[in-house]
Design a protein around this ligand. Structure first.
Ligand code: GDP
Ligand code: GDP
Length: 438
């Protein structure tokens, strides 16, 4: 199971980023934030009272112009309500409620997910008499907080984490759709064609798409006794939208699909190469921690070995941050090599969900200690003592060291490369944590 998601939503300037940074910062000593290629939507890991979760700061997804802007506040709220386990809705205690807040509240009231209303910028504690206005949002008791000073954030987090614990205890009721595969990529890359190929020869059921917020088509597939849910983000096309909206919604759709994916298939039109959007979407998938397979589609249109080699090289150059993802050239049109996509999904998922035995990891670490480079600062020398895998989907490794503060990005990359050289981690991102042990 991926970590539970806590979405932080609210209009610009209410203090979402400040709030998220405060919570994420409290853990900075032990959590090394994953390097992201984009700041549009940031995922932060947090740990409160021993409960680990991911915070999604949806704050950056707004676009410039007014219409899209309105849409995006709605989209954020909907995305939050759909994908997160708990939603924290932040409003500004200084300026009070406005129409956008009411719109978000209206959407959130309809969800069955727990929603916490955080009234931010309450810099003076105990001014609870100022809170009455926020009851009218219909989201229960408001939580006064000051993201800059920290007042109230601990109480709010206690409540959020209690809610996550309850959800955990109630777990297992959700129907198991097997391996969740999201098909992402720009319009016309061939996502629908690939989905059709993947689902055509298998026993499949297209789930009903009732609900106003459902915007991808899920297909359940059973293959060789394994179950998959294929999520095609090309899914429903809304006819009446202007171009910018289509692109914008395509993007939001991809993010949502990634939020619940185990494996993301990034479909690229080989004749056009990689777009910035492809890179951003790949970046989200990496930050979110889902496995990835890159599919070079329309390979039938690429002529000759030189052209093929050049395309592969160019793509690899621009996707170095997901260098673990296998790249498979196919033709969804003719069906050529599509079978390999299945193999890649299975392999990526196997690696994503694996548990590497502690003794093997420590044998490896022993060798690193003998041959690896040393990290030091003044007289202090970093000594790695012990490693164990503390989570799966994606695999997370916790290293115990005398001085975790000495771990540099460079050293992390070195460790990751060595881990990947030893163990099969193709297709999956990994996470590393460093804790102190004397
Ligand atoms: P976001 O757009 O919702 O992510 O908002 P930011 O986190 O960027 O904050 C917007 C502004 O509000 C910044 O100038 C912050 O310094 C300020 N701000 C955030 N939290 C607080 C708070 O608790 N008290 C006060 N007084 N200002 C805050
Ligand atoms: P989507 O928007 O990503 O779902 O893309 P579609 O699956 O609708 O495909 C867009 C267009 O590309 C259609 O005209 C497809 O027939 C065509 N197409 C898809 N895959 C291939 C392929 O492998 N080779 C060729 N030549 N055309 C393809």
């Amino acid at each position: 199971m991926p970590l539970p998601l806590v979405a932080v939503v609210g209009r610009p300037n209410v203090g979402k980023s400040t709030f998220v940074n405060r919570i994420a910062q409290a853990n900075e000593a032990i959590v090394h934030e994953m390097r992201g290629v984009t700041r549009d939507r940031s995922y932060h890991e947090a740990d409160w009272n021993g409960v680990e979760f991911k915070l999604v700061d949806t704050g950056g997804i707004e676009m410039g112009d007014d219409d899209a802007f309105q849409g995006s506040i709605r989209a954020q709220a909907i995305a939050g309500a759909n994908e997160a386990d708990v939603v924290v809705f932040v409003v500004d205690g200084k300026t009070g409620i406005n129409a956008d807040d009411e719109e978000v509240a209206r959407i959130l009231r309809k969800t069955r997910k727990p929603v916490f209303l955080a009234v931010n910028k309450m810099d003076t504690p105990n001014r609870t008499d100022e809170l009455w206005e926020f009851y009218q949002l219909g989201l229960g008791d408001p939580w006064p907080v000051s993201a800059t000073h920290g007042h109230g954030t601990g109480d709010l987090l206690d409540a959020v984490v209690d809610e996550l614990r309850k959800a955990d205890l109630a777990g297992g009721v959700e129907e198991d759709g097997g391996i969740n595969v999201a098909i992402i990529g720009r319009p016309n890359a061939g996502k629908s064609s690939l989905t059709n190929r993947l689902t055509a020869n298998e026993r499949s059921i297209v789930s009903d798409v009732a609900g106003t917020t459902r915007d991808a088509i899920d297909t359940r597939v059973e293959r060789d006794g394994r179950r998959y849910t294929i999520v095609d983000t090309a899914g429903l096309r809304r006819k009446s939208q202007i171009d910018q909206d289509v692109e914008y919604y395509g993007f939001v759709r991809a993010m949502r699909a990634i939020d619940r994916a185990d494996v993301a298939l990034l479909v690229i039109d080989s004749t056009l190469g990689l777009t910035d959007q492809d890179q951003r979407v790949a970046g989200f998938a990496a930050e979110r921690g889902c496995a990835m397979v890159v599919v070079l589609n329309k390979w039938d249109l690429v002529d000759g070995p030189e052209a093929k080699a050049e395309i592969r090289e160019r793509i690899a150059d621009r996707l170095t941050f997901v260098g673990y993802a296998p790249v498979i050239a196919i033709s969804a049109l003719t069906g050529k090599k599509v079978e390999r996509v299945w193999d890649a999904i299975d392999a990526a998922y196997a690696n994503f969900s694996q548990t590497i035995p502690t003794n093997k990891l420590n044998t490896w670490l022993g060798e690193i200690r003998e041959t690896g480079h040393t990290v030091s600062s003044g007289k202090a020398v970093l000594r790695m003592k012990y490693v164990t895998q503390t989570s799966t989907c994606p695999p997370r490794f916790t290293f115990f060291a005398n001085r975790p503060d000495l771990v540099t990005d460079n050293f992390e990359r070195f460790l990751e490369n060595r881990l990947r050289a030893r163990f099969d981690l193709t297709g999956t991102p990994i996470q590393m944590k460093f804790k102190k042990k004397d």
